[in-house]
Design a protein around this ligand. Structure first.
Ligand code: PMP
Length: 353
């Protein structure tokens, strides 16, 4: 703490990402990265990339990347925004849409960056409790608000809402922006992207970090009505005109062009997830139903903090959140089959019949 910090900075509680240890070779099942490499076309794009071009600033509008996203998701290029990771897209979206008089609404258990952005940008919020099954009940959001944001599927619970449920909310909530954070949508959830043509206040945010195995290049994107996108561009151009570097853009375009590889990656994750869910259940764990690349699981006898520590000591990193209602769960990212088998070998045996 320094006397030179602004009051806002003194009061911030910055987001703490999952561990990225450099000192030991862990089986890393803690930050929802993809265990499979990106498409071979990404490696080819890097090989073919001319370093001469790096002396120039990248295209401030990221037009080629936006065109590629527009083609892939069947929207217009002016309905696409791109940023340095979906974290940055989220930050810009909070700044662009959420300074109305009423508090914004989001679930009490959700992506922990949302409260951080509220503190940073001085946005009031109300955290709405998930129900006892850890589900979002959208009826709780049908009230006056300065905006609504939720992750779908939610994180770290993994539980999803259907597109029809989101559409019903959008029909009722027309006076403020609804943001759907779809970081994990590709692992089996219906995306809300197609609804952006019907609902001018709906913004859908996705990322290259999970299903496209590109967490290292930091690229996220949003789809919405062109007026929403124009607002995001104003904020972006008041902060950093070039958030997407030219190499990242080339990698992302190459990844988008390989639909077959992307689909194969997602289905491998889904298969391993089903298998691990079954094993965990046999071993007596409570596992929340997940359509993501992670599982939230709780053991009836072994406290989650203890399980986390003992797995870590044996070389497997999972995520533990010391937070109300989820402090007896561990979150396990779906790894390769071999990684997950090594985790399973360290788990408690099934309960006696
Ligand atoms: N939203 C959710 C729900 C997430 O879990 C994450 C990953 N931590 C992000 C957004 C941010 O992803 P990225 O910045 O890597 O695109």
């Amino acid at each position: 703490m320094s006397k030179y910090w602004s009051e806002t900075v003194r009061n911030l509680k910055p987001y703490v990402p999952g561990e990225q240890p450099r000192d030991r070779d862990f089986i890393k099942l803690n930050t929802n990265e993809c265990p499979f490499p990106p498409s071979p076309r990404v490696a080819a794009a890097i090989r073919e990339f001319s370093s001469d071009g790096l002396r120039l600033y990248p295209d401030p509008n990221s037009s080629a990347l936006k065109e590629s996203l527009a083609k892939t998701y069947e929207v217009a290029a002016n309905q696409v925004f791109v940023g340095n990771g979906s974290d940055e897209v989220l930050a810009f979206a909070f700044k662009t849409f959420f300074d109305q008089a009423a508090p914004i609404l989001f679930p009490d258990i959700t992506y922990s960056f949302y409260t951080v952005y509220c503190d940073l940008f001085d946005i009031e919020y109300e955290a709405i409790a998930l129900n006892d099954a850890y589900e979002i009940d959208l009826d709780d959001y049908r009230r006056s608000n300065g905006g609504i944001i939720f992750a779908n599927p939610n994180a770290p619970t993994g539980i999803e809402l259907s597109r029809a449920q989101i559409e019903a909310l959008a029909q009722d909530n027309t006076e403020s922006v609804i943001i759907v954070d779809e970081a994990y949508t590709d692992f089996g959830t219906e995306s809300a992207v197609e609804l952006i043509n019907k609902y001018p206040n709906l913004l859908v945010i996705q990322t290259f970090s999970k299903s496209r195995s590109l967490a290292g290049i930091r690229l996220g994107y949003a789809f919405g009505d062109s007026d929403l996108i124009a607002g995001l561009e104003r904020v972006k151009n008041s902060f950093n005109c070039y958030p997407i570097d030219s190499l990242a853009s080339a990698c992302a375009i190459a990844a988008l062009e390989d639909r077959e590889y992307f689909e194969a990656t997602c289905s491998k994750i889904i298969d391993i997830r089903s298998w691990l869910t079954e094993i965990l259940t046999q071993r007596g764990f409570r596992v929340l139903p997940s359509n993501t690349n992670f599982l939230l699981a709780s053991h009836p006898d072994i406290p989650a903090a203890q399980l986390y520590a003992s797995l870590k000591q044996q070389g497997v990193l999972v995520r533990y959140f010391n937070k109300p209602r989820i402090d007896n769960f561990i979150r396990i990212t779906i790894g390769t089959r071999e990684e997950v088998e090594q985790l399973v070998a360290l788990l408690p045996e099934p309960p006696a019949p």
